[in-house]
Write a protein that binds this ligand. Sequence first.
Ligand code: GLV
Ligand code: GLV
Length: 316
Amino acid sequence: ARPTIAVTRWIPDEAVKVLAEAGEVKLSDADRPLTPEELREFVAGASAVVSMLHDRIDGSVAEAAGPGLKVVANVAVGYDNVDVAALAARDITVTNTPGVLTDATADLAFGLLLAVTRRLGEGERLVRARTPWSFHLGFLLGSGLQGKTLGIVGLGQIGRAVAHRAAAFGLRTVYSGRSPKPDFDGEFVSFDELLRRSDFVSLHCPLTPETRHLIDARALRAMKPGACLVNTTRGPVVDESALADALEAGEIAGAALDVFEAEPDVEPRLLGRQDVVLTPHLGSATVETRTAMAVLAARNVTSVLAGDEPLTEVRP
Ligand code: GLV
Ligand code: GLV
């Protein structure tokens, strides 16, 4: 029998076509994340699972799939939703989608930086509310980017792409992370120094036990009072309640978040604030990028099912 490939949510047709070369494609028809119970039921008997970042893929899901499961292809660069060790222990290959979403995510991070520093959300809401306004020299002033310092937390592919854009905008950049990158022409600093020196902080580290709540009350107090925070990685890297406290106390000036601790929920105190920009996890959301992500995930599946090396494997 042809292997079953369980796809937990809609993917572009191009990717379905690739998968169909290798097996029977079983698509979830629920227009929402499957519950953990539904997910276990859905993957039963599958040889491959194409998963989304909202699916928790752990040993119980592998158990539910059964001994035929060979590969889990997560359609995301982040794989904090996958228990890679538990799957590796069962000889299941795990893959992600690095590279193809680098520019789209860096663009969005920059869009958020511009939105929060130039008060675009606030201005847009004002216009839509038909609030009377007229141009004047003191109206809705933001802060410029040129000559300011952008702190990049995590200089992976996306962090580098953000640095590239920052240079074009006349920003200085400093970066922090586990180790300096000698091939990168930028200043490596400790996380604390980055917080102290940066006018804007953009997060590009993966979510791991070490980076959960990396931006907590202490980190927020260490930032400049005029600083803005941008998060396009994973919500739990920021303690949202501590962020609301810091904004209320004037410890930082603004924040732009594309990701949330408990998506799709948002800390209620952030919702009413004009100095906060909120977008619904759109980092990789272009037609080109989402297609490339799904096709890469599909090619990972077809490679593993054919007995070949996956293109972009994740190891524990
Ligand atoms: C999206 O958030 C991703 O990790 O690809
Ligand atoms: C992002 O942090 C990446 O390494 O692509």
